[in-house]
Design a protein around this ligand. Structure first.
Ligand SMILES: Cc1ncc(COP(=O)(O)O)c(C=O)c1O
Length: 461
């Protein structure tokens, strides 16, 4: 077994259950608030956007939720994904650490996003939805939902962050090939988009704005269109736990157990997907794996944000949730990891981070691309810039292990491939990429941008 590189499971090993970390979180979830009334949302409010089975999953405290056979059938197109020992990278780093990665880039649309896209499209389909709307940053989520909607015979409108729309035309073409309609957000098709364009006609867009547009279109459709979100919400994190469940089995095949599990975070879903099953083992079975979330220094919500109630989108149409946030009108620099340009973070992940059960670190764009290129040259796989944040942190861990002479077992999630991100690689190789650090005063004002919630009235200190 000693020089095995790929640890592979069979179709029968595709997990039968998603793991719901809320069953094991000692801190009850903060209420989700209606953005107009600041009162806790009702299922009625949510049902304008989501089908009932997803709302039930959103609030469930059941530890395990059965994956429908129909979804497992579609998962067979790419699951189980391989666990790979990065022997070339270990050698290049001359480290005693063992580095493993779970490779989600083998999904048809190229990332982990398909794990929840197929589930969300399935539950929408059986609930009678005819069309869906969504936002996309890098285009990975839009492609994944495009594929899933096509499979279930539903139409899809995608509001794509304008910078990514311009930087990644081929992502757009992929979504259109799957049959989706794609718009560069902000658009003049929605009230939210028109307001933003009136204030700044050259606005490059953000995930928060694109969410506002997609939510608005679904909310005023009279029930004919539902909205799908690619991250942040509990049901999305839940669907991603197939990653960690498979990784647990594969680490067992490798005869090792990780000291540290790493994932990049935009809204938190691929990190949650790999980390939560290991967190369960920490909380219930006495393991002590460190769980490390990696964000860009340009949008450092966990490491420099404020833990408070804030809108999930920019226009204030999406529910208000308690999360680490940079403020809903935070305009992220145009970094190339478009999927990480979100002002907030999944509330469940934030709660666990607040309790010290998860660690976080912010890394700089140029360090990320250094790591991505080294990885490509050692392992052959071209990683998505988002996923490369995890690679950077894994390399840092391996170098630290070398310095301390420790045999550390490192597992990271390679959430997607970067085949549509070559313009970013080109810019890096040309020396045209820069670090986008945020000065201290860019974040000084966050509290004054937050909604004023009466915590006492809600019975929260
Ligand atoms: C490849 C890839 N990884 C990670 C992310 C970040 O999202 P999340 O934190 O929900 O995994 C994105 C978002 O678009 C992505 O495309």
């Amino acid at each position: 077994m000693s020089d095995t590189v790929r640890f592979l499971l069979g179709e029968n090993d595709i997990p039968r259950f998603w793991y719901n970390v809320n069953a094991d979180n000692a801190v009850p979830p903060a209420p989700v608030l209606n953005p107009m009334t600041f009162e806790p949302v009702t299922p009625d409010f949510l049902s304008a956007l989501f089908p009932m089975p997803l709302i039930e999953q959103e609030i469930s405290t059941e530890r395990y939720i059965e994956i429908p056979e129909e979804v497992r059938e579609v998962y067979k197109l790419w699951r189980p994904t391989p666990l790979i020992r990065a022997r070339g990278l270990e050698k290049a780093l001359n480290t005693p650490a063992h580095i493993y990665y779970k490779y989600e880039g083998v999904s048809p649309s190229g990332s982990h996003k398909s794990n929840t896209a197929v589930a969300q499209a399935f539950y929408n389909k059986i609930s009678g939805t005819k069309a869906m709307t969504t936002e996309t940053g890098a285009g990975q989520w839009g492609s994944a939902l495009g594929m899933a909607c096509q499979m279930y015979g539903m139409a899809l409108e995608v509001y794509m962050v304008k910078t990514s729309y311009q930087q990644k035309p081929y992502r757009r073409f992929l979504m259109e090939t799957y049959g989706a309609q794609v718009f560069a957000s902000p658009t003049d098709l929605t009230e939210a988009g028109r307001k933003i364009l009136a204030a700044d006609p050259h606005c490059p867009g953000s995930l928060g704005i694109a969410i506002s547009e997609a939510v608005e279109v679904a909310a005023i459709s009279g029930g004919t269109k539902k909205y799908g979100l690619g991250s942040v919400l509990n049901h999305v994190l839940l669907h991603q736990t197939v990653i960690g469940e498979e990784a647990l089995k594969q680490m067992d095949m490798a005869g090792e157990y990780p000291d540290v599990v790493i994932g990049c975070v935009g809204g938190g879903s691929n990190f949650a997907g790999i980390a939560f099953p290991f967190l369960r083992e920490n909380l219930r079975n006495g393991q002590r794996t460190r769980l490390l979330a990696v964000e860009p220094s340009a949008t450092p919500s966990l490491t420099r944000g404020v833990y408070a109630f804030d809108y999930g989108d920019t226009a204030g149409m999406a529910p208000i949730v308690k999360m680490y946030t940079l403020g809903r009108d935070f305009m992220p620099p145009e970094i190339h990891a478009g999927g990480l340009r979100y002002h907030g973070m999944a509330p469940t992940l934030c709660s666990l981070y607040d309790q010290g059960l998860i660690e976080a670190v912010a890394v700089k764009q140029l360090d990320v691309f250094d790591a991505a290129v080294l990885f490509t040259r050692c392992e052959g796989v071209l990683p998505a810039p988002e996923s490369s944040h995890a690679i950077r942190a894994a390399i840092n861990e391996a170098l630290d292990a070398r310095e301390k002479g420790e045999k550390r077992v490192i597992l990271f999630n390679l959430s997607g491939h970067g085949h549509f991100d070559l313009s970013a690689y080109h810019a890096y190789l040309d020396g045209a990429l820069e670090n986008d650090d945020l000065p201290e005063d860019a974040l000084r004002d966050i509290p004054s941008h937050l909604p004023k919630i009466d915590l006492q009235k809600l019975g929260i200190q």
